[in-house]
Design a protein around this ligand. Structure first.
Ligand code: ATP
Ligand code: MG
Length: 422
């Protein structure tokens, strides 16, 4: 017996009843990004493994255990992208997009991480990412945050809170690193396996640990904030002043370090309490060192990525209306009505923005009305025997108590628009 095939664990189909919500989110993201002057870039889903190792960092969750890496037929090591920033920088360098110029870019698409699947955490998930290159000042950090705030507002999401922190310059981080290592060394016996492994390779990441047994230790650690350089502190103050002026509430979270190696200075997350443990819907920050690290000229950069599954889940909770599949449903119950119905629907689609569904496949009027109801359409157009004989169409409201109306075929578009115009 053949086994029924299923989708790969942690990788999900997106079914037709969910797609209206996805489409709404995606079109809003596109519109808002372009309202801030950001342009779309599309990168391949597969990149050389070395790109992610060099950018994300060897000692990170992603590179250590989450990448889908495979050998190509010619022996090259390739990886399904776990995030978009690395590929975006690679593409910009390859095509000279950020050479002595400012670039504002966005992208959308699937990302892949081999994590334990759970609510809000999948092996194939989708991100909308935004990157800005060539601007070193914190005004662009603020711009990115303002864009996020606008997105939540326009999507109608509430309870999405902003957390910010600054990681300082690379030099300040290096100095702080030594202080932190000394502190952690002195409490070595309380470190878990992950922390021990990272103690010298990536000690800041230990602060990000979710192990409850280590929370006291983390609380008591020296603070990066107390070891920062002047410039980072001034930039952070400027960012805070801008957010205050723009009326964007935030919380400074000194424990926010972000999982990826390439961040410096401003980092931020948008978090909600409505999605359980997977509450971060957007994460970003500044990564001034990455372009140079990948072989380009030193270029300041900042960006963020939104986890779309989590946004859609929030929308489902906060705005659970079902989107109709059609505005108009055409019923065809007479010889020749099927052809007349298809032609009528073509005219409607050509001359109005309405979504028109034709009852294909026959069936009695009762069955057709049931389908019309299920489609969510507000208006039925009926082509029965009388209508076909007399060259007329009957209009019947499906969601309101309104009298039926019969009009000559030539006047049907005007009649439909009168009924459905807002
Ligand atoms: P976490 O700490 O939750 O693992 P992360 O730091 O790995 O998050 P980022 O790499 O910053 O996450 O990704 C940006 C956003 O992408 C996250 O805030 C989240 O919304 C989303 N995201 C990350 N990993 C997943 C996943 N496996 N499934 C669904 N969404 C994800
Ligand atoms: Mg992660």
């Amino acid at each position: 017996m053949s086994k029924t095939l299923q989708s790969v664990r942690g990788m999900h189909d997106l079914l037709p009843d969910q797609s209206p919500r996805w489409q709404r989110v995606e079109s809003l993201l596109r519109r808002v990004a372009s309202a801030y002057g950001y342009q779309e870039i599309r990168m391949p889903i597969v990149e050389e493994t070395a790109l992610f190792k060099r950018s994300i960092g060897e000692v990170t969750d992603i590179v250590e255990k989450e990448m889908y890496t495979f050998e190509d037929r010619n022996g090259d090591s390739l990886t399904l992208r776990p995030e978009g920033t690395a590929g975006c920088v690679r593409a910009c360098l390859e095509h000279g997009l950020i050479h002595n110029q400012i670039r504002r870019l966005w992208y959308i698409g699937p990302m892949f991480r081999h994590e334990r699947p759970q609510k809000g955490r999948y092996r194939q998930f989708h991100q909308f990412g935004v990157e800005s290159f060539g601007i070193a000042t914190p005004d662009v950090d603020a711009e990115l945050i303002l864009m996020g705030a606008r997105l939540w507002r326009e999507l109608g999401l509430v309870d999405v809170h902003l957390e910010i922190n600054t990681l300082g310059s690379a030099a300040a981080r290096l100095a702080y690193r030594e202080v932190l290592i000394a502190y952690l060394e002195s409490h070595r016996h309380r470190l878990d396996e992950d922390a021990l492994r990272r103690l010298h390779s990536n000690p800041l990441r230990i602060l990000d640990s979710k192990n409850p047994d280590m929370q006291d230790l983390i609380e008591g650690a020296p603070r990066l904030m107390d070891h920062l350089d002047e410039e980072s502190l001034a930039d952070f103050a400027m960012l805070r002043a801008t957010l205050d002026a723009a009326g964007i509430p935030y919380r400074v979270n000194p424990r926010l370090v972000r999982g990826l190696d390439y961040y410096c200075k401003t980092v931020f997350e948008w978090v909600t309490t409505h999605l359980g443990a997977q509450g971060t819907v957007c994460a970003g920050g500044r990564y001034d060192g990455l372009v140079e690290q990948l072989g380009g000229r030193a270029t300041p950069a900042a960006g963020f990525a939104i986890g779309l599954e989590r946004i859609v889940a929030l929308l489902e909770q906060q705005a659970p209306v079902e989107a109709p599949e059609a505005d108009v449903y055409v019923l065809t119950a007479a010889p020749g009505a099927d052809i007349a119905g298809l032609c009528l629907a073509e005219r409607l689609r050509g001359e109005t923005p309405l979504r028109v569904m034709v009852n294909c496949g026959g069936g009695g009027l009762k069955a057709q009305f049931k389908r019309a109801d299920r489609s969510g359409a507000r208006l039925a157009l009926i082509l029965g025997e009388d209508e076909i004989r007399e060259g007329r169409v009957t209009l019947k409201a499906l969601r309101e108590e309104l009298p039926q109306e019969s009009v000559p075929t030539g006047e049907v578009i005007g009649a439909v628009m009168r009924r459905l115009a807002p």
